[in-house]
Every structure is written in C-alpha cells, then in structure tokens.
Design a protein around this ligand. Structure first.
Ligand code: CP
Length: 314
C-alpha cells in the first residue's frame, strides 16, 4: 500500500495488522518505552487546511516518537491564503524532499486528489465528509483494548452521521471486524442509505430513537454536531433532550458500556460533562493516547524500508 486514504477497501488482514502495530506502539506513545529511530533523517509534512487539535498534534508527536522531523502548513501564514490550490501546494511540498504528506482538507476525496498528484505516500487526516481512517484505527484499537474482539459487539454512533467522516470510517472498521453498528440521529442527519455501508460481516442499522438504540450496547460513540458543515440546519432546539448523552440516559446503559467521542466535544449538547468525565465509562482521553500510537503504526507501515501492508484494493 502506497498511501493510507480510507478504511473502505482496506483488507481486513491489513486492518488487523495496523491494530496490532498500534497496540505494539502504545508503550512508546505513553513514554513507557524509548522512542524509535524508524524515521531518522526523514521529514513528514502536515498539510492541515482545516483546524485540528488531536489529529495534527498526534501526527507531530508520532513523528517525534519515531525519530523523524515534521513541519506544519496551515492556511494562515501560507500561500493557501493567497489562493494556491491544494495540488500546487502538495506538489511544492513534495519537492522539498518530504517522506510523506499528511493531509486534512474540507474537500471530500481531497486526500486522493493529493495522492494522485504526488509520488510520496499520502495519509488522509480527514477529508470533508468522506473518511478519517486514522480515527477509525484508533477507535477500533480502543474498542479491542476494551473487549478483546468486536465479534458480536454492538456499537452505537450517535449524532451528525450525514456530515461525519468519523462515522463513515469507524463503521467500515467495526463491521469489517464483525461488530454491529447502530447509526443514530435525527432523520435530517441520518438516512437508511447508510445501512448499505457495511461490506460485512457486521451489520449497520439506522435508528432515530436514542433510548432504544442504547439498549444492550457495548459502546457508544458520540459525534459533534458539525455546524461548519451546515449541520446546524438539521438540529432542533430539543437536540440535547433527544440525542444528547445526558447523565440520566447514560445511567440506563448497560453497566459495562463505554463512552467514546472523537472530539472536539460540544459539552452540554451531545454529551453532558458528567458523562464525558466519568472515570468508569469514558474512554475519550484514552482515544487520544491510542491516536498517537495509531499514527505511529501508519507512518511506520508506509515509511519503514520493508512495507508490511499488502492486499488492499486500489
Ligand atoms: N478527532 C479529530 O479529528 O479531532 P481534531 O479535529 O481535533 O483533529
């Protein structure tokens, strides 16, 4: 595999290898083991044309943990603000001799556009409403860390499904690993067409009643309402009471069920403070730590001298 652009089309064996590599990188990510030298002498470009805290900083941290160097390019302070195109920007960065380009863009399919324009490996750090594959890798690893396997597990993903690249990527990953996904939200933000996402063996069910969707779940992933993608138009004033993971609602979930959120959170809207900060159920900050290891795993798999990812569809 030359790039890491999507979970859709990835072979299950490759996803499992990446999850293993993520788990194998956790000790380094947590500072419990020495940094590696895999990327020694190599430079990675973070091309972030949309705002980010977790993804950008964890890619930076991952490169440092692997002994490489990284620079960031954002619209402010770069020639993107003068109208330079995504392709021209990526081609110019490539000519600086970078080993890989990590790209975040509001353009759905934008990561593939960059990958087609340059020869170096490209990693999708979130492209519009399309995919966020390293988020799915960290989500799947966090779930497997919790449950050992996703076979037969039920994961509810709640909120702004229509606009969510996280929902799309994580649904692909969970169902590939045999889990059942319930996609939950108001009819304006989730449509039955999403049930076709699954290529199996797991299944996808769309639901509009959150209380029903939380019955028997093993994990719930709450999503941010993405006002910057015009999702606000699909959100009514009773959103919190109907689709928020309130303290009362969380108390009715199975005792073992965990709570996740890709961040950033709209506290008091899709999730209550007490739920987000619940030391027993919440894995939200654990996801962030696992995210560093996930990005290390992807970087090593793409940039290590001997690629280990094989068998992905084009
Ligand atoms: N989960 C995620 O993509 O967060 P950021 O937008 O902060 O990178």
């Amino acid at each position: 595999m030359a790039d890491f652009l999507a979970i859709e089309g990835l072979a299950k064996a490759d996803l499992l290898r990446l999850i293993d590599a993520t788990r194998g990188s956790l000790a380094v990510a947590e500072g419990r083991a020495p940094n590696r030298t895999t990327l020694s002498g190599r430079v990675v470009a973070n091309l972030f044309l949309e705002d980010s805290t977790r993804t950008r900083c964890s890619f930076e941290t991952a490169v440092h943990r692997l002994g490489g160097s990284v620079f960031n390019l954002t619209p402010t302070g770069s020639s993107v603000s003068k109208g330079e195109t995504l392709i021209d920007t990526a081609r110019n960065i490539e000519c600086m001799g970078v080993a890989a380009i990590v790209v975040r863009t509001s353009i759905s399919g934008g990561a593939k556009i960059v990958a087609d324009a340059v020869a170096c490996p490209v990693i999708n750090a979130g492209d519009g409403r399309h995919e966020h594959p390293t988020q799915a890798l960290l989500d799947a690893t966090t779930l497997i860390e919790e449950f050992g396997s996703l076979e037969g597990r039920t994961i509810a993903i709640v909120g702004d499904i229509t606009n969510s690249r996280v929902a799309r990527s994580t649904t692909h990953a969970v169902t590939m690993l045999g889990g059942r996904v319930r996609l939950v939200g108001p009819p304006t933000l989730v449509t039955p067409a999403f049930e076709q996402i699954s290529k199996g063996p797991g299944t996808v069910k769309t639901m509009t009643n959150l209380d029903a969707a939380l019955e028997g779940v093993d994990a719930v992933i709450m999503l941010r309402v993405q006002f910057e993608r015009a999702a606000g138009g699909g959100v009514s004033t009773d959103y919190r009471s109907m689709y928020g993971l309130t303290q009362e609602r969380a108390a009715r979930m199975p005792a073992h069920a965990i709570v996740m959120h890709p961040g950033p959170m709209n506290r008091g809207m899709e999730i209550d403070d007490q739920v987000a900060d619940d030391p027993t159920r919440s894995r939200i900050l654990r996801q962030v730590t696992v995210g560093v290891a996930a990005r290390m795993a992807v970087l090593e798999n793409l940039l290590a001298p001997r690629p280990v990812l094989e068998g992905t569809s084009p």
